[in-house]
Design a protein around this ligand. Structure first.
Ligand code: FAD
Ligand code: SF4
Ligand code: SF4
Length: 472
């Protein structure tokens, strides 16, 4: 088999729907490799002895091996290798910021030939595996009596539930929403991650024996203390949901909304739910201003344009080079006709009764480097005005007050994330574990899957050693 073809074959990604067409619906914008492309693209890999792609993949996926198998047409083996470290490879293939992780660190990219298109190959491989029936329900040789409660069904909770079921435990997931999936279902828009992909995984877990208790908010519909009584171990995987606020007060107007309210409404209607009666949650025919420069802001602007907003502008206080969001998503947004006002700091909302009609912002220049390592915006004294009949605030997320909600006394960090030992994901109470965004702060799906995998091992070790202790 021929590998190391990177100097002969050009890097290629599957085609992307044209912007004019893709803004008409919420379908995923990338198509999928076919067999020939997948062989050609994987054969570009130089099979590095020290694979930087793997080192920079949070899951430490054995990328060179599955690329070689794809190139050799041994797809089932490729899938087995890929699935052995990643619970949801088809999700990561779609939503990982590969340019910062595996692909960005590929030596072929560093050498100037263009990265091996790992993400799209991972997506292709797993879609084939589903088609061919290689994705089997989880089963276990063990049947332990011990029970594990997982709070939250995002990627961290879902991944942990898969590994714990595979290890032979009874797993009960408690989810406050009416659907499982966390931000994969209600945060990330359908055009990045088709909801069917997430629902297929939820079905797979259900059929494998995971019990999902939906509409069950811990701290409200069931107490944390009841879980402590009934379960041998508890995993907190509740994510971070407190929206950061704008420096200016927007409480007097009702059309300035948090990003997630907007995205949840859009995802809900996409899933077939009837629209809520809050008319401020849709962008149709409005001049929409989205404030923020991260991935959530990009998801909001691109959702708004698909809802047929009149005009969509993103206000960001630094410049393009200093944006925290993925360059790929910014480019997609630009192609879709979003206007970007860089170096713009919101200063005042102008309203008619309780409805904002426009807002002003100060034009900034870049000053000294701040604590985040990026240059700080400083005021130039110039103020501008922009029409805004929907303002969406996408400034990031912080943890909610967990101990207040759960009536517990779990040790937290100064950022209010749950404090864990990062190898074991165990809290100050040995029976209680935590994983995903609630320990990391707002992070990535792939890190949540990583944490779910690692915490499952750790819970298994804990439960096995507590059995031995009981017996002796
Ligand atoms: P979540 O996915 O937040 O899941 C937590 C779950 O816990 C939720 O379902 C919640 O309802 C539930 N819960 C909370 N409290 C309780 C309670 N008391 N009782 C019961 N259930 C509870 N990452 C990427 O890698 N790529 C992307 O493209 C990307 N895009 C994003 C776009 C948006 C708009 C947002 C907001 C995030 C995005 N992320 C992306 C980040 C990614 O979604 C998160 O890092 C990841 O989902 C975290 O997983 P988690 O399991 O820790 O938490
Ligand atoms: Fe790359 Fe993400 Fe897949 Fe790892 S999980 S190989 S970082 S796309
Ligand atoms: Fe292949 Fe690139 Fe990984 Fe090297 S770094 S093994 S070339 S994908």
């Amino acid at each position: 088999i021929i590998m190391l073809e990177f100097h002969k074959k050009k890097p290629k990604n599957p085609s992307k729907t044209e912007p004019e067409k893709r803004i008409k619906d919420f379908q995923e914008i990338y198509s999928q490799f076919d067999k020939n492309d997948s062989v050609e693209q994987s054969s570009r890999c130089s099979q590095c002895g020290i694979p930087y792609c793997q080192i920079h993949c949070p899951l430490n996926n054995n990328i060179p091996d599955w690329l070689r198998y794809i190139a050799e047409g041994r797809l089932e083996e490729a899938y087995q290798v890929s699935a052995s470290t990643n619970a949801f490879p088809e999700v990561c293939g779609r939503v990982c910021p590969q340019d910062r992780l595996c692909e960005g660190n590929c030596v072929v990219e560093q050498a100037g030939f263009g990265a091996i298109t790992i993400g799209n190959l991972e997506k292709y491989l797993t879609e084939i595996a589903w088609e061919k029936g290689w994705v089997k329900n989880l089963s276990s040789q063990n049947q332990f009596k011990q029970k594990v409660a997982i709070i939250g069904s995002g990627p961290a909770g879902m991944a942990a539930s898969a590994y714990l079921t595979q290890n032979g435990y009874q797993v009960d997931v408690f989810e406050k929403n009416d659907r499982a999936g966390g931000l994969m279902i209600y945060g990330i828009p359908n055009f990045k991650l088709d909801k069917k992909i997430v629902e297929r995984r939820t079905e797979w877990l259900l059929e494998s024996g995971v019990k999902f208790n939906l509409n069950m908010e811990v701290g409200k519909n069931i107490s944390f203390q009841d879980l402590e009584k009934d379960y041998d171990a508890i995993l907190i995987a509740t994510g971070v949901y407190k929206a950061r606020k704008l420096d200016i007060d927007t409480s007097s107007v009702d059309n300035s909304i948090p990003a997630l309210d907007f995205l949840i409404e859009s995802n809900r209607t996409g899933l077939g739910d009837s629209p809520s009666n809050n008319k401020f949650l849709t962008a149709k025919d409005k001049n929409v201003v989205v404030i923020g420069g991260g991935d959530t802001a990009m998801d909001c602007v691109r959702t708004a344009i698909r809802q047929q907003a009149k005009e969509v502008t993103c206000l960001y206080r630094r410049n393009k080079e200093n944006m925290p969001g993925s360059a790929r998503e910014v480019l997609n947004a630009e192609q879709e006709g979003i206007k970007f006002n860089w170096l713009s700091v919101p200063s005042k909302i102008i309203s008619d009764n309780s409805t904002a009609t426009s807002m002003t912002y100060k034009v900034a220049a870049l000053g000294e480097v701040d604590e985040s390592g990026r240059r700080k915006p400083v005021d130039t004294g110039v103020e501008k005005q922009i029409k805004s009949d929907l303002i969406i605030q996408a400034l990031g997320f912080e943890p909610e007050d967990l101990n207040h909600n759960f009536k517990t006394n779990i040790e937290l960090t100064s950022w209010k994330t749950v404090k864990v030992d990062f190898k074991k994901f165990q809290t100050s109470n040995p029976k209680i574990f935590a994983a995903g965004d609630i320990v990391r702060g707002a992070s990535l799906v792939v890190w949540a899957i990583h944490d779910g995998r690692e915490v499952a091992k750790s819970i298994h070790n804990f439960l096995q050693s507590s059995k031995i202790k009981k017996a002796s």
